[in-house]
Design a protein. Structure first.
Length: 507
RNA sequence: GGCCCCUUCGUCUAUCGGUUAGGACGGCAGAUUUUCAUUCUGUAAAGAGGGGUUCGAUUCCCCUAGGGGCUGCCA
């Protein structure tokens, strides 16, 4: 039985890199009939952000990545919030101290700085708290038992550090990258338990993955270097037999390839990097999300799945369920992938083309309400069907089709002036008259009437048609004019033609 | 700087030693359309460089270069 977890830290909005990690975990869990667990790694009190956990949960729900176990649904390994498990980590850290795999360190942050400075002055490029310096520091290795217990009872702050033996290779097996070797001499004595009693990521992660019986760890590449420490921890605890497999995902890069995509890049490049929009007192400015940009969650899932993985066939459009069918962790790439917004838009439009109106109705109503758009008297479904092929994002619906919802048209004066002439105006007037008697007022009937009148007038299609469209929409290009007229209805259509008939071209 | 990872069209990628190096996005051209969008067709566009191994390397190995990650009592 496979068990995978997505373990984000609630320090802010989750961005698409995190979402993709969640997706791959979800996909592997579902494709192997295993469980998908959400664990909140809130062990950093300083960076904790209220609302972030809720944001994570809502984001996963929006995308359909529903956990089997987690802080909301509970589960056999509760609690799933690390801040509620501090006792467990303390016990385990102490256990390591007893077995001499870890030790207690009393050095203050200031003393640590001093140590680093001292080493750098000696020409050490990467000062580390390791075998080379731990004998010179204030810890349970250098102090005698009495001094240690006196400090402990005297409430002197302390941390617990992993004791790393230098001089041997630590080999990790990564499912994506193969064998990766680290020289333990390069590894520092990582802090396991912080002075505030909270564990660091390394301890909490290993302890929880073990206790929660996680079988496979899929996480970002930024964790590859510290995996050596994690393996050492599994050994120290004597858990190597049940150690999970590791897969380190390539990073999602900025569009220009310069570094990993970061939270600020949304602003910088003009596209969303977060799943959901978020307005909160706890963040400087409200952020946009794929949802507020008008993306379909299924499309977000689809293109994120393909950023670092592909099924090896030429099919690119996959629903979440289809992805579960074909997902194969063996095919995850090694190299980072740049985020390509154009391709994301293409995926989205592919989904938009095939959406049934019933699915978007509610969201459309929501957009209308948010932007104070009056939809009364408009057959929104018909408008949607007409505009559907031209939508790249659902949000564009009310901008592309604005002329259905207002009589204040934005006329493209320059183009209209170029085409307009008195004969065309007269024809428009004639068309308006004829349409008064057109019954029923359907696109087909309108088309017949208008085309007949145009033919009879002898005016060129290329001159009159742009004006016909501009009458109704303000612009000379766009959706089928007759369909537009049909949806607009007789009264508005005639009114708009009459208005255009009386257009004044400036001299 | 040190350690680690990575490297095929502009971008995302296929290729598990022998291919005219395939597809998608984007670009360009054309068809369809009254226009635009959609759709369809066509087209340009790639194995970082240098050494090996091999009858034969994009594919395996090494070096160089470039990119990225880590280097916190953050995750």
């Amino acid at each position: 039985m496979t068990r995978l977890r997505f373990a984000p830290s609630p320090t802010g909005a989750l961005h698409i890199g995190g979402i993709r990690t969640a997706l791959y975990n979800y996909l592997l869990a579902r494709s192997t009939g295993g469980q998908f667990i959400l664990r909140i790694e809130d062990t950093d009190q300083a960076r904790y952000m209220p609302g972030a956990e809720d944001y994570i949960i809502r984001s996963l729900a929006w995308l359909g990545l529903n956990p089997d176990e987690g802080p909301i649904q509970g589960g056999p390994f509760s609690p799933y919030r690390q801040s509620e498990r501090t006792g467990i980590y303390q016990e385990h850290a102490l256990q390591l101290v007893e077995s001499r795999k870890a030790y207690i360190a009393f050095d203050t942050p200031e003393e640590l700085d001093l140590m680093r400075q001292r080493l750098m002055d000696k020409g050490v490029s990467t000062p580390k708290y390791d075998a080379s310096v731990r004998e010179e520091m204030v810890n349970s290795l250098t102090l005698n038992a009495d001094e240690v217990s006196r400090k402990m009872t005297g409430k002197v702050p302390y941390t617990i550090r992993l004791l790393v033996e230098p001089g041997h290779d630590v080999v990790i097996q990564d499912k994506i990258r193969g064998e990766v070797t680290f020289d333990s001499t390069e590894l520092d004595d990582k802090i396991l338990l912080k002075a505030d009693g909270y564990p660091t990521y390394h301890l909490a992660n290993v302890v929880d993955d073990h206790l929660m019986q996680i079988t496979d760890v899929i996480r970002g590449e930024e964790w590859l270097p510290s995996t050596a420490h994690h393996v050492l921890l599994y050994r120290a605890f004597g858990w190597v037999d049940t150690m999970p497999t590791f897969s380190h995902l390539p990073l999602i890069l900025k569009p220009n390839g310069q570094g990993k995509l970061s939270k600020r890049d949304g602003q910088k490049f003009g596209f969303p990097v977060f799943p959901l929009a978020w307005h909160s007192d706890h963040i400087e400015e409200s952020i946009e999300g794929f949802d507020s940009y008008g993306f379909e969650p299924a499309a977000v899932i689809n293109f994120l799945a393909f950023l670092g993985w592909n099924p090896g066939t030429e099919q690119e459009i996959f629903s979440l369920d289809q992805l579960i069918e074909v997902f194969d962790a063996e095919r995850i790439h090694k190299g980072g992938a740049r985020f390509d917004y154009d391709k994301a838009l293409w995926f989205n439009s592919q989904y938009l083309q095939h959406l049934d109106y019933t699915i978007v109705h509610e969201r459309l109503m929501q957009y209308a309400e948010n932007e104070n758009i009056d939809i009364s008297g408009v057959h929104v479904e018909a408008v949607f069907k007409l505009l559907q092929p031209r939508l790249h994002r659902l949000k564009e619906f009310f901008t592309i089709g604005y002329y259905f919802f207002t009589d204040q048209l934005n006329y493209d004066d320059a183009e209209i002036n170029k085409k307009w002439n008195p004969e065309a105006g007269a024809l428009l007037q004639k068309i308006a008259e004829a349409l008064k008697k057109t019954e029923p007022f359907t696109a087909e009937n309108i088309s017949i009437i208008v085309k007949e009148l145009i033919a009879a007038s002898g005016l060129k299609m290329g001159v009159i048609m742009p004006l016909v469209r501009a009458s109704l929409t303000g612009a000379i290009q766009g959706a089928d004019v007759f369909e537009i007229a049909g949806i607009l209805g007789s009264a508005k259509t005639i009114e708009r033609f009459v208005k255009m008939a009386g257009w004044n071209v400036p001299k």
